[in-house]
Write a protein that binds this ligand. Structure first.
Ligand code: ATP
Length: 240
């Protein structure tokens, strides 16, 4: 289990982005974190991965735990080494590097001897990356770059994968592929924390969901409960 208990996040010592966030990601779950722009979702991910520093933010109070270990304020390298990998919003692949070079970057925390096996695993999971392994990442389509970003994160062999808006800007057919991929990653034994504005997609695969507004979790429940909720239908699923 990866868990946050009452985490408060401040930027530049004044802007309170998260006002006591508690949530849990079981190792076999897909947890959706929903909320509108500026709700604090990305800040929550940064708190887990140790990336607040680089944005002049910090965890003011609260704790983050991975299994029986406290990882509050751990460095990004420690977080990856402890089994958590993140796919950041906007994909961020290295456009001048080949597909395979990008994947190797993702595996740099692993022993070198394990890299060929990890590459094989990723190429089996993503045949299109295998076909394009020698192409520059910048030549891939948006959907392919997102797959590469996910594949790169998986090279670290994480037990938990954090995804920030993986469907953003992608065509519906590609969003479906990404969704199926997330399910497969979860089935292969990886807990997933899925930040999404596409609530319909997230709730179609999540086991549990949290809704964030203005730095607080305002609702949580099973994905089925959230899908049936009138407010969620109106504000997040466009069914109102
Ligand atoms: P989005 O979907 O737009 O990324 P979000 O739910 O992920 O939204 P955050 O990006 O976590 O929300 O932002 C939460 C709050 O923290 C917002 O009010 C935002 O303006 C503020 N914030 C985020 N990053 C910084 C920063 N580096 N410096 C100051 N304030 C920040």
């Amino acid at each position: 289990m990866l868990s946050l208990d009452n985490v408060e996040i401040v930027y530049e010592d004044v802007i309170l982005a998260c006002k006591g966030v508690s949530l849990a990601v079981p190792s076999d779950g897909i947890i959706a974190l929903l909320g509108s722009n500026g709700a604090g979702k990305t800040s929550t991910l940064r708190a887990i991965t140790g990336l607040l520093d680089t944005h002049r933010g910090r965890i003011a109070t609260g704790t983050i735990r991975l299994e029986d270990r406290e990882i509050t304020r751990a460095t990004p390298a420690d977080v990856v080494a402890s089994g958590i990998a993140q796919v950041m919003e906007g994909r961020r692949v290295l456009v001048d590097f080949t597909v395979e070079e990008n994947l190797r970057v993702g595996g740099h925390t692993q022993p070198r001897s394990g890299i060929p096996q990890s590459l094989d695993r990723i190429y089996t999971m993503f045949p299109l990356l295998a076909d394009r392994r020698r192409d520059r990442a910048g030549y891939l389509s948006g959907g392919e770059q997102q797959m590469l970003a996910i594949g790169r994160a998986l090279m670290a062999r994480p037990r938990y994968l954090l995804l920030d808006e993986p469907s953003l800007g992608l065509a519906p057919r590609i969003v479906e592929q990404i969704r199926d991929l997330i399910v497969r990653i979860n089935q292969s034994g990886t807990g997933v924390l899925l930040v999404e504005q596409n609530a319909a997609m997230a709730l179609s695969i999540a086991t549990h969901g949290y809704v964030m507004e203005n730095g607080r979790i305002v609702m949580d429940g099973s994905a089925a409960t959230l899908r049936d909720d009138a407010n969620i239908q109106e504000f997040y699923l466009g069914l109102g």
